[in-house]
Write a protein that binds this ligand. Structure first.
Ligand SMILES: [Zn+2]
Length: 112
């Protein structure tokens, strides 16, 4: 199955990891009753080096997956990967859990 044509963020040769400060990561609201505000945490860049952050969308992408996709190296793209490749990950509240699930896939892709 050929992967659908996805809109991907512009990635150069380097992952984009703005530091804070000077960049102020915007906060998003989560929950209906008990609203919590969370923003992207710059220390995640150390924990998950594949993170590629895009200020315009306030969203995180997987640098490795975006690159692999752009170079037509992916045979298929799952819904999870579509988030990290195209729509961007923004659920900061559960980021630690969700980023963890991405890492095993990328350990394989790193070898490309
Ligand atoms: Zn990935």
């Amino acid at each position: 199955m050929k992967p659908r044509k996805l809109q991907v963020p512009v990635v150069g040769t380097e992952r984009h990891q703005p530091s804070s400060p000077p960049f102020k990561f915007p906060r998003r609201e989560f929950g209906k009753k008990n609203v919590v505000k969370r923003s992207f945490l710059p220390q995640w860049f150390q924990m998950w080096p594949w993170l590629h952050y895009w200020e315009d969308m306030d969203a995180a992408f997987c640098f490795i997956c975006v690159k692999a996709y752009s170079e037509n190296k992916l045979n298929s793209v799952s819904d999870l990967e579509t988030t990290y490749i195209s729509s961007g990950y923004t659920n900061w509240k559960d980021a630690c859990v969700n980023f963890q699930t991405m890492s095993p896939v990328d350990a394989i892709r790193m070898q490309y």
